[in-house]
Design a protein around this ligand. Sequence first.
Ligand code: NA7
Length: 537
Amino acid sequence: MSEPNNRDGAAVDAVVIGAGFSGLYMLHRLRDQLGLGVRVFEAAGGVGGVWYYNRYPGARCDSDGFAYCYSFDSQLLQDWVWHGKYPAQPEILSYLEHFADRYDLRRDITLNTKVVSAEYDEQAARWTVTTDTGETVSTRFLITGIGHLSIARYVPEIPGLAEFEGEWHHTGSWPHEPVDLTGKRVGVIGTGSSGVQCIPVVADQAEHLTVFQRTPQYSIPARHETADENFWREIKANYDDIWEKSRVSATGYPWQHNGKRAMGVSDEERQETYERLWRQGGVRFANGSFRDLVTDEAANRTVSDFMREKIRETVRDPETAGKLVPRHPFLSRRPIVDTHYFETYNRDDVTLVDVKATPIVELTRTGVRTEDTEYPIDVLILATGFDAVTGPYFGIDIRGRDGVRLIDAWKDGPSAYIGLQTANFPNMFTITGPGSTLGNLPITIETHVEWISDCIGHMRANDIREIEADPDAEKRWMAQVTEQAEQSMLSKADSWINGANIPGKRRAYVFYFGHFGHFRRLCFDTAEQGYEGFVLS
Ligand code: NA7
């Protein structure tokens, strides 16, 4: 028997935290396929997760839209019309809103409600979940669909921020009301994915834009124009094949590298390969050419040099171009896809400030003061990123077996066996948790959601009370995650991916950068082999 969906704080079968890509699909699987009583709590005022919050000018997805969606619903794949190659935030948000309506999910989602704590009672084998509205719910299964980033925005401690008299906004919590930048002197701090996306759009609106850049970035042109009517016709006719390929691919997209080593071909072939993919644009440039760009330094140098040259060709002023050319290897940070990013620096009304050469000292009441200049600013945009992974998790006081706190269990770095479960936190599942892959996210989310609902179905059918990660399997997995990352370009730069973007945060690799298809197979193999790597009781 399932627990009824109860509104007065009694008992349910499952609590899901978050109503983004993960939480929405999890609710559908558990409620509509297993018949469970489920409550979803969402801190935001609407569904959509990261796509609810990230509404800064120019916010887009940088996975190809046709593959950045749920694959399980073939009718939805045919019905939904994406506009452009990389959908803009409002479009992804309406897709998720449509999904919530299509499956009548909203009636089990409580918005504007943050889960503040979750405590496991071993005797009862149940979790007690408490929210910031004072509600308490008892649940057998606790499932986090909180993503890696969205609620944990990072605002650096810049002296004077509190006294700054202009407006300031973080890209990760942009206001719902339009921010009018017309005639304004705007500053952007940060040139990660968010900064690179918003800078060209802000430049179009502002009277003057000043970009404060700490580390220059590689970025691949999106080339939205390559997705025309024929493109979409082809896609819709071939969706089965697209998902079949994506599920066994290295990064969750329907393409592979070409199987060759970059240094194993002639200079001409290498150059031609890069040029062809560069003309196509988008993330395929990063993962659709040679197989060893992430693992071999010499191979990586060829692609990094290619991209550095593209920056020099695009940016007319050699001094500005020099500041924009990255020194770290391409793919040592998450690849960025842009729409006219480098071209923006050819505008007379855009200034680039290298804050490594002349650091920001403070915000004055009317601007940003670096070591040598004060830049007058009316609106300041902080595109300074997120306290990834641990930020969203540590925002909830989660206590497992013997009252052990997640924050203590993860003191040496966040950890979960194949991203799904942490030892001592029975019946808690983490969708795309630490140790999971970070390619095309919706397909990873589907893998985890389907695994979790199959697992819960198996537990109910076989009268299994608890499941949690086997501590040895978890330890071995996280060691493999670290080893894989250390052997790759990821060890060669600091970023949110290894926790190095937050001052004082312990550096740790939290994503599995091996092959997505192998990861997916491993998840389902463990289940088929009686949940090997997990302890069931
Ligand atoms: P990122 O990728 O973490 O980028 C943050 C940017 O902010 C990056 O350029 C940082 O420079 C810069 N930053 C952070 N703190 C400061 C200070 N104190 N001074 C100057 N500059 C600073 O966040 P995004 O939001 O762009 O993207 C996050 C992910 O969201 C992205 O990968 C996608 O998955 C979606 P740094 O490079 O550290 O020198």
